[in-house]
Design a protein. Structure first.
Length: 118
């Protein structure tokens, strides 16, 4: 698992990346009440917003740490967006057929040591 400075996580298996938000981001957002995800087939671009997560505090844009085509969205989040608050590392947002991965992604220990300074 790797981490972006904008608090997304990514795992890669072959040419498929799974992307979600970190537990730190979920805690900062508060109780999540709605998630707007892209359509299957949508193209993601590194550094560009691809989803919105609405909490009781605000709406937060989620930025892509990868470029590629969305092959799957986590449909469970439509009915149960609070799954992100319960376990952010299991409640992925999308799976993507990879074209590229953001340079400079952090290892878990690097992310944990510096996440509050971003």
């Amino acid at each position: 698992m790797k981490f972006s400075k904008t608090h997304e996580w990514i795992t890669v298996e072959g040419k498929t990346a799974t992307v979600g938000v970190t537990d730190y981001a979920a805690a900062q957002m508060g109780d999540i009440v709605f998630v707007e995800l892209p359509d299957v087939g949508a193209k993601l671009t590194i550094g560009k917003s691809f989803a919105n997560v609405e909490s009781v505090k605000a709406v937060s844009e989620i930025f892509s740490p990868v470029s590629g085509r969305v092959t799957e969205v986590n449909a469970e989040l439509s009915d149960a967006p609070e799954l992100i608050n319960k376990d952010a590392f299991s409640a992925y947002l999308v799976r993507v057929e990879l074209d590229a991965v953001e340079d400079g992604l952090l290892e878990r220990d690097e992310y944990e040591a510096s996440k509050e300074s971003f």
